[in-house]
Write a protein that binds this ligand. Structure first.
Ligand SMILES: Cn1cnc2c(N)nc[n+](C)c21
Length: 210
């Protein structure tokens, strides 16, 4: 493969992601995606699903509820996804900051930028881009250790997160018209990035060894 367009084609013909979730990231509730993006740090997605289910049962479904939640209750609810004390503290602080700077969650999704997210404790480039891409539907592609590992198999090595992300985004951008023809509808760049990242994750799950 000579660019990320080639990589996309290589993955696309393997039908790695079903169309249950058209953006790959489970369910289309942006608030849950925001929580999931933090909870998924350093743990398996199946553990995140258990924490999210606990929060659904408690009907914790808004910024205000997180901002005012009983800490003990929150810690118990998100225990399955690990780092419960750190993640609970950070999610409460994040909910309070979103309310302070954006008032509503909807306004946050529309107005937030990468800089603001990176200023939040516990949010690095990967989490910021997951929120921007999957919750806010902005044109950022998430890259991660899976992406690095897959590209290493094709002989690519990158200096840092931003370089890897640029490589992945550039090939898609440069060949957007060709890729768009592969879909029988007008797919957005954000959706292409969202599905591309999902395909990489699913591919690496099916092909853990080189
Ligand atoms: C949303 N999400 C984030 N990381 C994931 C993973 N490793 N496997 C599956 N999913 C759906 C994931």
């Amino acid at each position: 493969i000579s660019n990320s367009y080639d990589l996309f084609l290589f993955l696309k013909e393997q039908n790695l992601i079903d169309d249950k979730y058209e953006y790959w990231w489970p369910n289309n509730d942006a608030f849950e995606i925001l929580l999931g993006a933090i909870l998924t740090q350093n743990t398996k997605w199946t553990n995140v699903e258990m924490s999210l289910e606990n929060l659904r049962v408690l009907n914790i479904n808004s910024l205000e509820k997180i901002a005012n939640i009983d800490l003990e209750t929150f810690i118990i609810a998100i225990t399955p996804s690990g780092f419960k004390n750190q993640k609970s503290r950070r999610l409460i602080a994040l909910a309070k900051n979103i309310i302070k700077d954006f008032e509503t969650f909807e306004n946050f999704c529309l107005k937030v930028d990468r800089t603001w997210l990176l200023e939040q404790k516990g949010i690095g480039p990967e989490t910021a881009d997951a929120i921007l891409c999957y919750a806010c539907r902005q044109d950022y592609m998430v890259v991660d250790s899976y992406t690095n590992k897959l590209l290493k198999r094709f002989g690519y090595e990158f200096e840092d997160y931003e370089q890897l992300q640029a490589w992945c985004e550039f090939g898609i951008n440069e060949n957007y018209d060709k890729i768009a023809k592969l879909y029988n509808y007008d797919i957005s760049l954000n959706k292409l990035y969202a599905r591309f990242h999902g395909k990489i994750i699913e591919y690496m799950k099916c092909n853990p060894k080189g």
